[in-house]
Design a protein. Structure first.
Length: 309
């Protein structure tokens, strides 16, 4: 409403802009998709940068397209221009990406066994730096490419953070690169914890994102949409049981692989092509947590670490 000479008048032009921007399919800012100058659809951010980065293969309305351009404006909206691919085009693309978390405000905290967990308002910067080209029918990796200019998007959301105990015994027994094994332990634990979140969120694991901060043991779990959805809060409230459930998932899987498998440690949402993963370290870390080993989140210990999602 506008006030003029003591009278209130409806601001119709602004109301129309708000209604035009409203989308019942998703929340937050969106990318409009164009083919030969015609708008064919839209995709909400941040999912749009994972699916519409330059050269990405995008499925829409039963047809295959390739993204030729992605522009994100300062307003948060943007456009993507796509070209149609042949019906028999046999490849798909998976984004290679990482995310950088920042704690904006701590809203609450609890101790899970001996582990300090903080529920926070977070700022997440998600970056797509390249992609994998895979055969749709065989799953075979055909190539790996990096973008000339990475695509990024930042948003605020809600989530929690904790520091997992260091799995010293498992890592010391491993003959290969120990730093990679340590980072792989926490990366695997992050995957399992989020996937088991379906039990506590009513199927909301796909609505959450996760970041393991290299070899530090610090793990972030957050709502994957701007503003938050509440999914990570449900998991945060059940972390004690979720830790036990995560350990059971890994112990009961008979894959006997160092990196695990799709039934235990792999995640279809992983932005690092499920690398690195170290299942024995993940099991030891969560077991130490359940036995009461004490940890605290200290920003200086993880801010220089490489993030894995």
């Amino acid at each position: 409403m506008l006030e003029k000479n003591g009278r209130y008048l409806p601001y119709r032009s602004r109301a129309r802009r708000v209604l035009r921007a409203y989308n019942i399919r998703g929340i937050g800012e969106t990318i409009r998709i164009y083919h030969k100058g015609r708008r064919i659809g839209e995709r909400e951010l941040p999912m749009a940068i994972r699916e519409l980065f330059p050269n990405a293969v995008y499925l829409h309305g039963g047809a295959k397209y390739q993204s030729k351009l992605l522009k994100i404006y300062k307003s948060g909206t943007g456009i993507s221009e796509v070209e149609k691919l042949p019906v028999d085009y046999p490849y798909k693309t998976d984004a290679l990406r990482y995310a950088e978390p920042e704690i904006v405000e701590v809203l609450g905290q609890r101790t899970v066994y001996g582990v300090q967990a903080l529920y926070c308002r977070l700022r997440i910067k998600e970056v797509v730096e390249g992609y994998l080209l895979k055969n749709i029918y065989t799953g075979q990796l055909e190539g790996r490419s990096f973008l000339s200019e990475p695509v990024s998007y930042s948003f605020e959301t809600l989530g929690f953070v904790f520091k997992a105990p260091i799995p010293r015994k498992s890592v010391n027994k491993y003959k290969a690169e120990k730093v990679e094994a340590l980072a792989g332990s926490f990366h695997a634990l992050e995957h399992v914890l989020i996937e088991c979140g379906n039990i506590y969120t009513g199927g909301g694991a796909s609505e959450m994102g996760g970041i393991s901060m290299g070899a530090s043991g610090v793990i972030f779990v957050y709502d994957a949409c701007p503003g938050g959805s509440g999914a990570s809060l449900l998991l945060y409230r059940c972390l004690d049981d979720a830790f036990k459930r995560s350990l059971s998932i890994m112990e009961e899987c008979d894959c006997r692989r160092v990196d695990g498998c799709p039934r235990c440690t792999y995640s279809y949402q992983c932005g690092n092509n499920n690398r690195p993963l170290f299942k024995p370290g993940a099991e030891e870390s969560i077991r130490r947590a359940i036995l009461g080993e004490k940890t605290k989140v200290i920003e200086e210990e993880y801010e220089m670490e490489k993030p894995y999602i």
